[in-house]
Write a protein that binds this ligand. Structure first.
Ligand code: 4AD
Ligand code: MG
Length: 473
């Protein structure tokens, strides 16, 4: 059984024999001593191996040592001792080492101590071998685990919603199409048949699903069907958006956590969202301490303090109308002038959370024109029971709402928006049979990771980012 480096490092050094497997980070040599830092990604820290020629090194091991450069994969055996050197508490007085795979010093790209994140994005298949991306990967794992814990502790059932769908949840038309039609051939045939371009339409009856199908932008519509059977459910999976936003906060493929609760009204939804965010940040503060301290020191000074502050600060609740009033007081300060009816821009979210309320803010009751069709309409005829959770230093982390549970009101709104009711018959059935008040929200998993790691670009908190014009690997 191979012991992970994190488990070796938590042992008491009593001269016990240990086997270390991992990738060499650095190798340094004096006349008689060879020092090596080996990392296996199980924790941030590397383990130090020390070879002492005065104590004798066998010929096999000398041969192996001569082949080792940064990046080589190795297996070493030695004894665990208290380190006489500074910088580490423990080290391995190594006796033997074997090399699984060399890494040519001429071509292996990870030679320097620090590489730019832009460069590392081009070698995303190797970047998890750096301190920063190893820490991001461990943090991602921990936060996913925390998500499940939070919901499982509260009686929620995890439901797997489909990735291929025929309905546009957000109604924004930002979906990637899924088809097996041969586009090239369709065009050729249309030209051969001298079709009239004004009337020609693709025949989806010939397509794989017998109709136009897409990658989902959100699992919400499907998760609602399970909420009206199991009461409290959540989905956690990849979602896809073909929006052309080249920002540091948008991905074309991102993971979203979407809880949906029957019998919850907007106030209950806000309460759950607040406790969810606090739970996740507390988890990061306690379960990911070593990595968090690394981010705090190397990536974003003040990160830990900021997270602690958010955890301790009750989330302010304001309506969209109040928020716009606040913003209008400082209209001159914004590039995008705020007015009632505008979508809140990130400069506005920043101002509300960082300047006005100095903490997280939940904005509710947005104008219906800027929100999706499924949100519950208020009696004023102008606003809907929407809620966005905004956090200082990031902006929107959660979007959600109470859902329209009245069949006539929902049909009216869908008609106004020109949605094709045929595609949503099953969604409308939920309002037709045993309808209940219900609410839910979506938390962008990579937005959360940006927040807890202090990383600046969302491309650096997912293993293989997909963004406009970029889908390498
Ligand atoms: O506000 P959104 O669009 O809400 C929904 O999709 C709802 N159907 C959720 C629900 O009520 N079940 O997206 C939810 C969250 C945002 O607040 C943001 O954190 C994240 O998903 N998000 C993105 N993250 C990365 N890249 C993108 N392009 C994102 N778009 C949204
Ligand atoms: Mg949103």
């Amino acid at each position: 059984m191979i012991t992970l480096i994190k488990d070796i490092l938590s042992q008491k050094p009593e001269g016990q024999e240990v086997t270390v497997c991992g990738w060499v980070r650095t190798k340094r040599e004096t006349k008689n001593l060879i020092f090596m830092q080996v990392n296996d990604g199980s924790c941030l820290a590397s383990i130090q191996l020390t070879f002492d020629r005065d104590k004798g090194i066998d010929a096999e091991t000398e041969k192996a040592l001569s082949k080792i450069t940064t990046g080589a994969s190795v297996r070493a055996v030695g004894t665990l001792i208290a380190s006489p050197g500074s910088g580490q508490a423990l080290e391995v007085a190594a006796k033997t080492i074997t090399v699984y795979g060399e890494a040519s010093a001429e071509t292996y790209p990870l030679q320097k101590k620090r590489h730019s994140f832009e460069f590392l994005r081009e070698i995303a298949h190797l970047r998890a071998r750096t301190n920063t991306f190893g820490a991001v990967a461990r943090m991602r794992n921990q936060m996913a685990f925390a998500v499940h814990n939070f919901f499982q502790e509260r009686g929620f059932q995890y439901v797997h919603t489909p990735l291929i769908t025929a309905s546009d949840c957000e109604g924004a038309g930002e979906m990637f199409q899924v088809t097996t039609l041969d586009m090239q051939e369709m065009v050729r045939k249309a030209l051969r048949d001298k079709m009239d371009p004004a009337t020609y339409t693709l025949d989806y009856k010939q397509d794989f699903f017998d109709k136009a199908a897409y990658l989902t932008v959100s699992g919400q519509l499907e998760i609602e069907t399970y909420a009206t059977a199991l009461s409290r459910v959540y989905t956690f999976g990849p979602t896809f958006r073909a929006e052309n936003s080249n920002t540091t906060r948008h991905l074309s493929e991102f993971w979203m956590i979407e809880p949906e609760m029957s019998f919850f009204e907007l106030e209950d939804n806000m309460e759950l969202a607040e406790s969810f965010v606090v739970y996740l940040l507390k988890w990061a503060l306690t379960h990911c301490r070593a990595d968090l301290e690394f981010f705090n020191a190397q990536i974003k000074p003040g990160l830990i303090e900021m997270l602690e502050h958010v955890v301790q600060t009750p989330f302010t609740r304001i309506t969209y109308t109040e928020a716009v009033k606040e913003l209008e007081k400082r209209s001159d300060a914004f590039e995008f002038k705020p007015y009632w009816g505008c979508d809140l821009q990130s400069e506005h979210e920043k101002y509300l959370t960082e300047e006005v309320f100095k903490g997280p803010v939940i904005v509710t009751d947005y104008p219906k024109e800027i929100k999706a069709f499924y949100m519950k309409q208020n009696a004023d005829g102008k606003t809907v029971r929407a809620m966005d959770v905004l956090v200082p230093g990031l902006g929107e982390i959660i979007g959600g709402s109470e859902r329209e549970d009245n069949l006539a009101a929902l049909e009216k709104r869908m008609t106004e928006l020109g949605l094709d009711m045929k595609n949503y018959w099953w969604y409308l059935d939920l309002r037709r049979y045993g309808t209940v008040p219900h609410s839910g929200f979506g938390l962008g998993f990579e937005r959360l990771l940006l927040y807890v790691t202090g990383m600046a670009n969302i491309r650096d908190v997912i293993p293989y980012p997909r963004t406009p014009k970029s889908a390498e690997f």
